[in-house]
Design a binder for this molecule. Structure first.
Ligand SMILES: *Cc1c(COP(=O)(O)O)cnc(C)c1O
Length: 398
């Protein structure tokens, strides 16, 4: 009982309608508008011959074991694949399970990887540290110019991993240029698309091979699940599903799949509000006398505004600011004075969050050697006036 793709093909391909209906068939579940949670590990067969068909993968309609496929997870995977414009998606128990599965599906011992230096910390650690076990090395580049990637190429380069925009200072990479360089050199490409969500950016359209998300962030949207997803073409995804998915086994639990499905139904409307609130706050902060710099791809004077126009259909609501008085003490004082912003990591949920981040100087292109304290803000779905008033009173205290 896989999602019925034939009847889905009659649906208009608009994003909002796919969020609501794609991959779903209430007729299969007594007309229930919300599909059941198949909270079970295994599926039994009427006879041994049917079991054989399931295990040989001959009949994809047959389920055998939830580590391989589960009807609830199938629905969310079909929907996310469609939203990203990909053929298949595979859900994982966290964003990092998805990131590591995608990377491992593209490398073998002795290979070389290229990645922007601003990539998400644990992804950086996996590439720079963990993969050393397999004699895999990684060159970290600035990544704002295609030459950065060209110069880092080696005969053994097998993967370019992108995260655009990055998630603390929001640097972007030109996906079309990088994927064309990669294709000429038979190199795989992965893009972490967590910041934009498929509502604002679809990396597969620019030739990227695999998209990954921390679905813990905007896709889930309610700060109540950990989840990840990898999206790509059927061939790559089949291999990844049976190897990194089934053998390493970090798949998504059916209940979390069901919550992720619920989150996706409101993705467009949440992202629209995140965009409005994010732009409003970023613009106001950039005019505030106590703010030295706002890092946010949506601002018209962003140094990469050309890439924003090329790649992003809109902007989300994770941004950073550097205070004019950017000592650790001032940054902490500012954050501690906020009333509506929780102090914590993560983002993409309904709620506003703030946290101090110490960024290496070279990430910000400044000519000093000392790392810089910035404040990362996630602008939630609260009233934007309330949030702006809160930020102003906290800035007054610095
Ligand atoms: C949070 C995050 C991840 C990891 O996701 P988890 O769900 O926390 O494992 C990966 N990439 C980016 C950009 C993130 O912000």
């Amino acid at each position: 009982m896989k999602p019925d793709n034939e009847s889905n093909s009659e649906l208009p391909p608009s994003f909002e309608t796919m969020c609501a209906h794609y991959g779903e068939d209430p007729a299969q579940h007594h007309g229930a508008v919300i599909p059941p949670i198949y909270q079970n590990s295994l599926f039994t067969f009427p006879d041994c011959a049917t079991r054989e068909l399931a295990y040989d993968g001959v009949d994809e309609e047959l389920y055998s074991y939830t580590r391989l496929t589960n009807p609830t997870t199938d629905i969310v995977e079909a929907k996310i694949a469609a939203l990203e414009g990909g053929e298949k998606a595979r859900c994982f128990a966290s964003g990092m399970a998805a990131v590591t599965a995608a990377i491992l599906s593209c490398v073998k011992a002795g290979d070389h990887v290229i990645c922007p230096q601003t990539v998400y910390g644990p992804t950086h650690s996996f590439l720079a540290g963990y993969l050393k076990k397999f004699n895999i090395t990684c060159t970290f580049v600035d990544g704002c110019r295609i030459q950065d990637f060209e110069q880092a190429l080696r005969p053994e380069t097998s993967l370019i991993f992108l995260e655009t925009p990055s998630s603390s200072i929001f640097k972007q990479q030109d996906m079309e240029a990088v994927s064309s360089l990669a294709k000429q050199n038979k190199i795989s490409t992965i893009c972490d698309n967590s910041w934009a969500s498929p509502y604002f950016q679809r990396p597969l359209q620019f030739g990227i091979d695999l998209v990954v998300h921390s679905a813990t962030k905007y896709l889930g949207g309610h700060s109540d699940i950990m989840a990840g997803v990898v999206i790509g073409d059927a061939k790559r995804m089949r291999r990844l599903t049976f190897q990194e998915g089934c053998l390493i086994g970090g798949i998504l639990d059916p209940f979390a799949s069901w919550l992720l499905l619920r989150g996706l139904r409101t993705l467009p409307i949440r992202m629209d509000r995140h965009q409005t609130n994010g732009m409003r706050i970023a613009t106001a902060l950039s005019d505030h006398p106590k703010v030295a710099k706002v890092f946010f791809p949506g601002l018209p004077d962003d140094p990469q505004a050309d890439l924003t126009a090329k790649q992003l259909r809109g902007t989300s609501s994770l941004l950073s600011i550097q205070l004019k008085s950017s000592s650790k003490e001032s940054t902490y004082k500012f954050i501690d004075s906020l009333k509506y912003f929780g102090i914590g990591c993560s983002w993409g949920g309904f709620e506003s969050l703030a946290q101090p981040v110490l960024v290496p100087a070279q990430h910000i292109d400044i000519s000093q050697n000392d790392p810089v304290w910035i404040t990362r803000l996630h602008i939630g779905l609260e009233n934007a006036d309330d949030l702006w008033n809160d930020l102003q009173q906290a800035l007054d205290k610095v």
